[in-house]
Design a protein. Structure first.
Length: 167
């Protein structure tokens, strides 16, 4: 049996990622749930470019990475000036956690804001162990992200700690 995504229902990981469930159920034996999620929706791939464009219009110098591997390459190049990173938890190639580990080694003073549609308690714990406390829940509004970025950068200018307040 294939369970379609019902109109009007916006909760849950499967629904929010435009996926579906395939359920095999046998009375007296049990059920098997197969969850199908798209690997890289076009909208997800466009988000870094859209954010870079929006923040550029606000006067920020921006760069974006289309994958975790590209992000690692950029943050590892110490000739680049990077004051802050908006980091998605789920990226193709390498996870946000992988990228953050590299940032903490190569650029320990760079401010980082993590965004995620769903962060497990285990993932949150791993981020916090790396000193990462600024996590913005998706869906977010651009003005919310902008305010959080400004707070991070203002903290850096004032000599505050690299990790900002939890949001």
């Amino acid at each position: 049996m294939i369970v379609p995504v019902r109109e009007g229902r916006r909760d849950g990981i499967v629904v929010s990622h435009h996926g579906y469930l395939d359920i095999d159920s046998t009375p007296g034996t049990g059920s098997t749930f197969h969850i199908f999620l798209p690997l890289a929706p076009r909208a997800q791939l466009a988000v870094p470019a859209v954010l870079a464009s929006a923040f550029s219009r606000k006067g920020y110098r921006t760069e974006h990475a289309s994958s975790g591997i590209e992000a690692i390459e950029k943050v590892s190049d110490v000739s680049r000036r990077i004051d802050a990173v908006i980091l998605d938890l789920n990226m193709p190639g390498a996870s946000g956690l992988d990228v953050l580990k590299i940032i903490r080694v190569c650029r320990p003073t760079v401010r980082v804001m993590v965004t995620s549609g769903h962060i497990t308690p285990e993932s949150r714990r791993q981020f916090e162990q790396l000193g990462q406390h600024v996590i913005v829940q998706k869906p977010y509004r651009l003005d919310q992200l902008g305010r959080q970025l400004r707070t991070l950068l203002d903290g850096a200018a004032a000599g505050g700690e690299p990790a900002g307040p939890t949001s």
